[in-house]
Design a protein around this ligand. Sequence first.
Ligand SMILES: Nc1ncnc2c1ncn2[C@@H]1O[C@H](COP(=O)(O)OP(=O)(O)OP(=O)(O)O)[C@@H](O)[C@H]1O
Length: 553
Amino acid sequence: MADNHPPATEPEATTSLAKSFEDRMSLPDDKKSTNGAIEKKSAIGANPQANTFTPSNFSWADEVATPIQESSKQADMGKSDSASKADTDAVSHSLNSAQTDGATSWLNGSGLDEPEFDVNVKLADLQDDPNNPLYSAKSFDDLNLRQELLRGLAVMGFNKPSKIQERALPLLLKNPPQNLIGQSQSGTGKTAAFVLNMLSRIDLGTKTPQTLVLAPTRELAKQIAGVATIMGTFMAETGLQIAEAIPQSIARGQTLQGQVVVGTPGTVMDMVKRRQLDVRGIKVLTLDEADNMLDMQGMGEQCQRVLNLLPKNIQVVLFSATFPPEVMTFADRFAPNSNQITLEVEKLTVKGIKQMYLDCPADEDKYSALVKFYGLMTVASSIIFVHRRDTAVELESRLTREGHKVAMLTGGLEGQERDRVFQAFRSGAAKVLITTNVLSRGIDVQTVTMVINYDIPETVGGRPDFETYLHRIGRTGRFGRTGAALSFVHDKKSWTNLMAICNHFGVEPMKLETGDWDEVERKLKAIMKNERNNKAQHLQQGPSKKAEETMVD
Ligand SMILES: Nc1ncnc2c1ncn2[C@@H]1O[C@H](COP(=O)(O)OP(=O)(O)OP(=O)(O)O)[C@@H](O)[C@H]1O
């Protein structure tokens, strides 16, 4: 695969073929260093908390709505509604070994100390609105989960299931087990749905692998393993073990032990071939980001080969926010006779994400526009997506040379370096991450309030890449938070592709122009103000009585 044509997500297996440029680049530690103060106000990567909030210095971070604040309130109280102190301590212990974000903010994982705002939308309000994907009519207690899992959910602060969790769990947990294809918007809790299914189905009497999750990247595999570790804290007492099947996770000659295995398909294949992974006891196979995993131009063949190695008649579970029609046929074959929860394309965009685009005169103007844009506001954490690895490297060196503090991760980096960079970003030590599509899917870092499409996502053939756009912007606005996505256009092709993407999802992005930065600032403030008013109205009126189901079986 040529370096300038990365696939939608760079699979592990292809990274060694395409890293010549980065291989030559030395990335000294000081570039990635996560300490060191940034004096310049609103510089890229500067800590927003270092700036004083004034009306003219508004912050996107302020717009991270109250799920976080609500969470920190729980932290103040020392525990969530139904979790005991002992349970909380047990989960804190799990956190030491798990890489996760999602549930951990109230345990000081990634909580933001946000300035207070006049209007607060609580997660509870969103979850009471039947039009919201986070809505549920049921509680976790109604879902027949084992007690240990209910305790895990309680300390994680999961008070109520989201719509996908409420709908998928009864289908997943039914016996005899049935296959499932599940779709819901980004950041609506698909991971918990499939992790709860796996943890409900394992036998703790043996350490042999019983459930296998495949994910497209090491970061996502580690994140899922982290969620399973925390959710299963109280099953660990009776023998639960979670194992990662990613490059270098175990030494040669060692075998993987654990009822739950989470890995990338290439490494899983290798481990099975080397007899490091015994798959004879597997009874559930889950594919996260399933449309990407089943894409025949990507990992489809590998996943099929893994499936062929597993026992017959296992439960196959496929989850993603997107299932384009061309993949759906294969998905049906991969998970035959499945129950299906799907979404209409217009329902796919997350309402809390404000979409904008910046009209740049030419490609070479994008860089100065980026710097200028960051200068207008403080951002909690942000991700800048580029198309090519060499663009990522170039952007990182240029910004670093000019005193901005940024981190960079592409599939061209070695595994341990990837872990180090990503951990720095996850922990908040690095505020700006430049990356390719390798991190476009699944990654859950709650502090991300801004996603920048420095390059509009396109397929190998140069066509608009609808799915990648949706997954990229879905790195913000997670589980009821608000966020913003800004796409850069600089010529006819990038503009046409962006418009095609927006038409596809039925959204109207707001246009910003580089000719008049005062106007850009004014528009940004207006959009944020509007958002606050909408929330205020929503809270005054309460949820709409004409509830319209957003999911169809
Ligand atoms: N019931 C719940 N209550 C509160 N928070 C939840 C609940 N379920 C999930 N979350 C949180 O929501 C966030 C998003 O969840 P998750 O990563 O599973 O989303 P996803 O649907 O898999 O997204 P993507 O499509 O991007 O992969 C996480 O931070 C998770 O901890």
